[in-house]
Design a protein around this ligand. Structure first.
Ligand SMILES: O=C(O)CNC(=O)[C@H](CS)NC(=O)CCC(=O)C(=O)O
Length: 279
């Protein structure tokens, strides 16, 4: 299976972002990709809750979801929409950060709501409180994308290795980590975290990312790290998207998963200890 990772520089205007993203999906399909993956918040990157309230829609009215489902059907591809920011009917008005797997007929095959919220002080001047705007999911999701078993995760989830171990032990061969990583933590941690998840699970890790300075009509401008990454089950970087928006391609071979797990059988062994015993 040939997979394509889209690297995007979305704005806070969903209707302006959609045609740009759709063009890249079409480009990837025309280059032979049968599985295309987009980053976190493919529809809209915004730091203004008021603006999000104006432009975000519930799932059944979201133009990005509708437009990309059409594109998947038109080209007969599997499409992972890394995530969409969506309105929910929650009383507290929080959004969902939801990933969608779209089948080649355009139907929604799976949904995953981001579990771990990015509530972090990256530095003294840069803090995030994702849980103020988004409500966390509570379910890990394993989906079938054609011949490939896919573990669905998002961005900050990558720092919680137990989730990836659970997905791989349940059968995942490819782990998706669509992201909008901060530049500060990106340069320090991004590649190491993704390679570690691949190595310790013997899985492909596919991490399409947002990149660059995201122009915003409301609120503060945000920047993201880029470097969309595809990692083999042995931990090798197969492709790196650099800093520009675009498409990177990678070949997925389930045999490589079996081979990595045969060489290092750590995934099949669970803790043989109790404790820790506090001395
Ligand atoms: O805010 C939105 O609309 C969309 N969500 C994001 O961009 C999220 C939360 S701010 N970003 C991350 O999780 C980055 C994680 C990261 O950078 C790290 O783990 O170091």
């Amino acid at each position: 299976m040939r997979a394509a990772l889209l690297q995007l520089n979305v704005t806070d205007d969903p209707l302006a972002n959609l045609p740009v993203t759709r063009d890249l999906v079409v480009r990837a399909a025309s280059q032979g990709a049968t599985f295309v993956l987009t980053p976190e918040v493919t529809n809209c990157l915004s730091s203004s809750r008021a603006h999000q309230n104006d432009v975000l829609r519930p799932e059944d009215e979201d133009a990005t979801l509708a437009g990309l489902r059409e594109a998947a059907a038109a080209h007969g591809i599997w499409l992972l929409i890394g995530s969409l920011a969506l309105k929910t009917d929650d009383a507290d008005g929080r959004f969902a950060n939801r990933s969608f797997l779209i089948a080649p007929d355009g139907m929604i095959a799976a949904r995953y709501d981001k579990i771990h919220m990015f509530d972090v002080a990256v530095s003294e001047t840069e803090t995030y409180r994702e849980s103020a705007g988004y409500r966390p999911g509570e379910r890990a999701v394993l989906a079938q994308a054609g011949d490939v078993a896919l573990g669905m995760t998002i961005c900050y989830d990558v720092r919680f290795p137990a989730l990836y171990r659970t997905l791989a032990q349940a059968g995942a061969e490819v782990l998706a980590v669509p992201s909008a990583f901060s530049p500060v933590t990106g340069v320090a941690h991004w590649e190491s975290l993704l390679r570690a998840r691949a190595i310790e699970t013997g899985s492909y890790v596919l991490a399409p990312a947002q990149t660059g300075v995201h122009s915003a009509t409301h609120g503060r401008e945000r920047s993201t790290y880029g470097h969309s990454l595809a990692v083999s089950p042995w931990g090798e970087v197969l492709a790196d998207g650099g800093e520009a928006p675009g498409v990177i391609m990678v070949e997925i071979d389930p045999e490589q998963v079996a081979e990595a797990r045969a060489r290092i059988p750590s995934l099949g062994l669970d803790a043989r200890y109790s404790g820790p015993e506090a001395i």
